[in-house]
Design a binder for this molecule. Structure first.
Ligand code: FDA
Length: 310
């Protein structure tokens, strides 16, 4: 089963990047994407936060879009993220955003500076102004070094209560990366990892990834750091609950994070039990990349796409 899942994921992610598939699926538009995306605008995302709040679930906004290669869309995305924060603040809420550095200029050199660094600083400064928080999502493996370098600088400049990042359990390097950040007392989101990565850098076996995931969460909590346990895997979620009880870890030291539209029953159940739960709420027009990773995570989801296409 686990080998089948792995193979399915590899095939699904490879097929998704084929231009014809992208064109066909993109054409079906919102009808397909809406299960995982709150809407096109920041207002739609704010509505989703308010709806989830009624069940005691917090929000984490993500403007869709990634891997832009020129400054204009990178700066446009930055403006949209800043505007979304302003709107969230104006609605009486505290901004909590996730950003993909590849969508705001990471790797583009402008006047001797990395545009991603410049834009990320603007975004984290605005979050701090509102008492909010920004999480630097982790993307494909060639970006890890630069993301961790920037994360260290941002924590030193703005404080660990305003900026966090993500570590992916499937990468061979991650245990070492986690330890190397301990001096910052970092707020980290631990995920399994969503990109198609080669064996040379990432584990391919699901059981091995799950074991690495548990180790990372337990080590991070035992080091006294704040942990965002980001998974839909109820076995891991229940194990973390047992670990917390067995080791006297306070509930205020971690939260469960799940994606919008996935396992909403579980999200509500955890919130009702008094755990902090945060839903990752994507909004915007550039939904294809995000959507194809969600489809690749679960064979059953491909039936949903095929039904929509037919
Ligand atoms: P796993 O894939 O083992 O699934 C466990 C169970 O969850 C499944 O059996 C199914 O019931 C349910 N499930 C999982 N995915 C589903 C889906 N798409 N549809 C329906 N049910 C599903 N990755 C990354 O590389 N960088 C990042 O920054 C982030 N950020 C992030 C934030 C948050 C809040 C979450 C929850 C996840 C991420 N991810 C991520 C994605 C992550 O790496 C991983 O790909 C997905 O979470 C799927 O793995 P699970 O841990 O859920 O377990």
């Amino acid at each position: 089963m686990s080998q089948f899942d792995q193979l399915y994921r590899q095939v699904a992610l490879s097929v998704a990047t084929h231009p014809v598939v992208e064109k066909v699926v993109s054409k079906q538009g919102w009808a397909l994407a809406q299960r995982f995306v709150s809407g096109e605008s920041a207002e739609d995302a704010i509505e989703a936060i308010k709806r989830l709040e009624q069940s005691g679930i917090l929000g984490n906004l993500d403007l869709l879009g990634e891997f832009v290669t020129t400054p204009e869309p990178a700066n446009q995305n930055t403006e949209l993220i800043l505007q979304a924060m302003d709107k969230v603040h104006a609605a009486g809420l505290t901004p909590y955003n996730s950003i993909k550095l590849s969508s705001i200029g990471q790797g583009q050199q402008i006047g001797g500076q990395d545009l991603g660094d410049v834009n990320a600083r603007r975004i984290v400064a605005r979050a701090k102004q509102y008492g909010g928080f920004v999480n630097l999502d982790m993307e494909d493996h060639p970006r890890v070094d630069e993301t961790l370098r920037l994360f260290r600088e941002l924590v030193q400049e703005f404080g660990n209560q305003h900026v966090g990042t993500v570590l992916q359990a499937y990468l061979h390097r991650t245990e070492e990366d986690r330890r190397s950040l301990d001096d910052l007392k970092p707020n980290l989101r631990i995920v399994k990892g969503a990109y198609l990565e080669p064996e040379s850098v990432a584990m391919q076996d699901k059981a091995e990834i799950d074991a690495a995931y548990r180790r990372l969460v337990y080590e991070h909590l035992q080091a006294g750091n704040y942990c965002n346990v980001a998974t839909h895997d109820h076995n891991i979620i229940y194990d973390v609950m047992h670990f917390e009880l067995a080791h006297g870890i306070p509930k205020s030291q971690f939260e469960f994070q799940l994606l919008y539209g996935i396992r909403e029953d579980l999200q509500r159940e955890l919130a009702a039990q008094g755990y902090t739960v945060r839903s990752y709420i994507p909004f915007g027009k550039e939904w294809y990349g995000y959507y194809s990773r969600r489809i690749a995570e679960r064979p059953k989801n491909v039936l949903f796409v095929l039904r929509g296409l037919i």
